[in-house]
Structure formats: structure tokens, C-alpha cells
Design a protein around this ligand. Structure first.
Ligand code: OAD
Length: 232
């Protein structure tokens, strides 16, 4: 079976009703990164950071995977598929994708402030300010903040290097190291980009096809094409 790696960003969940970050109505138009998404913010204003992620978690209870998440899951009928996502939502898992690597953490998990390896699932949407982990330390959202290392990056780079086909969906390719994943794809491997906007593709040297459509429209179309190829 050929290996497809699908690399996703906030745009894949936009058609489910979740805001992206850098579009005109995106989250970073309404919040400052340095107030809610840095280790300094957590130290300075724990309540605001926790409230921000509680809101994101609550939104998650009211949305469903869209046709793009489902199409990506469906690819597993024909291909060996790995999803690498920058998203902290769980919509790929809920759509049925079986291997999902989260580069920037997961909303449904909290982790110890003292030991990053102590990661626990959260019940419901609300993290309370004084919630503690099994090690007795305060818990924090299991999110990679700006300025922090991206522990899953090496795993993701290894996965990218095994791709026979590489699909990028709904990411501005503006945040590093995540955006540099495209460098780990072998040079002859075709890359498809599904995004209605203009992500920064300057660093992509592989053969590139830009499907300039919303994920929920472009992704099912691409999957139908790839299924036909696999079935030949
Ligand atoms: P961005 O908000 O930077 O980019 C969203 C991308 O989705 C853009 O390229 C849009 O054109 C595209 N888009 C918008 N609507 C779409 C739709 N319906 N279908 C498909 N694409 C659509 O989001 P990311 O690239 O994911 O990190 O941002 C990367 C990281 O920056 C995030 O993981 C997050 C953020 O700060 C952290 O929070 C650590």
C-alpha cells in the first residue's frame, strides 16, 4: 500500500465552524498571542489562559467533523495514511482517522506544570484553576505555546519522510517548525495543497498542485481522484 501523509491546519476544521487563527475573523484578530499562548502568559495570567482554552474546549462539544475530515479518514480504505495536524481539536479522530500526530498538543488533555510527561485526559470542557495532576502539581492545558519546543516534531518529520504522496490542508504555513515539515518530504513526491487562500508555498520544491477550494469541497474531490488511481 502506498503511503499518504496528510498535514492539516486550522482550515480543515473551519468548515466545522471552528475559527482559524490568521484569517480576518481568526482567533488572533481577537486575542493577543502573548496574552493567551505563551509560557509567560500562563505564569502572569493563569486564569485568562485557562479560560481561553476552556472556551475552545467548549466549542468542540458543539461541532462535528466535516466532509474533509471524513474524506481523509476514508483514504485508509486504499492507502496507508498518517495524519499530522497542527490542530488541537479531535475532529480527525472523531471522523475515524486511526493515526493522528498532534504537533501543537490536544485540547482534550491537560498536563502537569512540573513534568511535561504527565499528561491526563480532561473530563468535560472545564479546567478549574486548582486542578492538580497525579504528581500533585498544578495542571495546564496540553498545548504547545509559542516559544516552547515542539516535542512531536521529530516524529512528524520521520512520518513525512516516508510519504509517497503528501497532502497539505488548510494551513497558512506560517508557523515554524511545523511549516518546515514539507522539507522532510522526498523531493520527487507530489504535494497537493487544499486551501482557498494563499499559504506560503515558497519553500515547497516538490511538484505542487494547489486546489484552491474550501477543505469540505476540495478534499472529497481529491480523495475521489486518489481512490480512482488506487483502484486502477
Ligand atoms: P492559520 O489561521 O494560520 O491558517 C489557516 C489557513 O486555513 C489559511 O491558509 C486559510 O486560507 C485556510 N482556510 C480558511 N478557511 C478554510 C477552509 N474552509 N478550508 C480550507 N482552508 C481554509 O492556521 P494554521 O496554519 O493552522 O498554533 O496555524 C498554525 C498554528 O498557528 C496553529 O496550530 C496555532 C496557531 O497559532 C498554536 O496555537 C501553537
Amino acid at each position: 500500500m502506498k503511503k499518504i501523509v496528510v498535514f492539516t491546519g486550522a482550515g480543515v476544521s473551519a468548515d466545522s465552524g471552528l475559527a482559524t487563527f490568521r484569517d480576518a475573523d481568526g482567533l488572533w484578530a481577537n486575542y493577543r498571542i502573548e496574552d493567551v499562548c505563551t509560557p509567560e502568559a500562563l505564569a502572569r495570567n493563569r486564569a485568562l489562559v485557562i479560560e481561553f482554552y476552556n472556551k475552545r474546549r467548549r466549542e468542540l462539544d458543539n461541532v462535528e467533523p466535516n466532509a474533509a475530515h471524513r474524506a481523509i479518514a476514508e483514504l485508509e480504505r486504499w492507502y496507508d495514511v498518517d495524519v499530522v495536524t497542527q490542530n488541537v481539536d479531535d475532529l480527525h479522530e472523531r471522523a475515524g482517522s486511526s493515526r493522528v500526530t498532534h504537533l501543537h498538543g490536544e485540547l482534550r488533555k491537560l498536563r502537569s506544570e512540573r513534568n511535561p510527561d504527565v499528561i491526563v485526559p480532561i473530563k468535560g470542557w472545564e479546567q478549574h484553576l486548582d486542578d492538580r495532576g497525579p504528581d500533585g502539581a498544578l495542571l495546564r492545558p496540553h498545548i504547545v505555546f509559542f516559544g516552547e519546543a515542539v516535542p512531536m516534531f521529530d516524529t512528524a518529520a520521520r512520518i513525512a519522510s516516508t510519504a509517497d504522496m503528501f497532502i497539505v490542508v488548510g494551513t497558512s504555513l506560517a508557523v515554524y517548525p511545523a511549516a518546515s515539515l514539507v522539507h522532510y518530504v522526498r523531493r520527487d513526491v507530489p504535494i497537493w495543497l487544499v486551501d482557498p487562500g494563499n499559504p506560503d508555498t515558497r519553500l515547497i520544491r516538490n511538484p505542487l498542485t494547489h486546489i484552491k477550494k474550501r477543505a469540505a469541497e476540495g478534499m472529497p474531490e481529491l480523495v475521489r481522484e486518489l481512490e480512482t488511481v488506487a483502484g486502477r
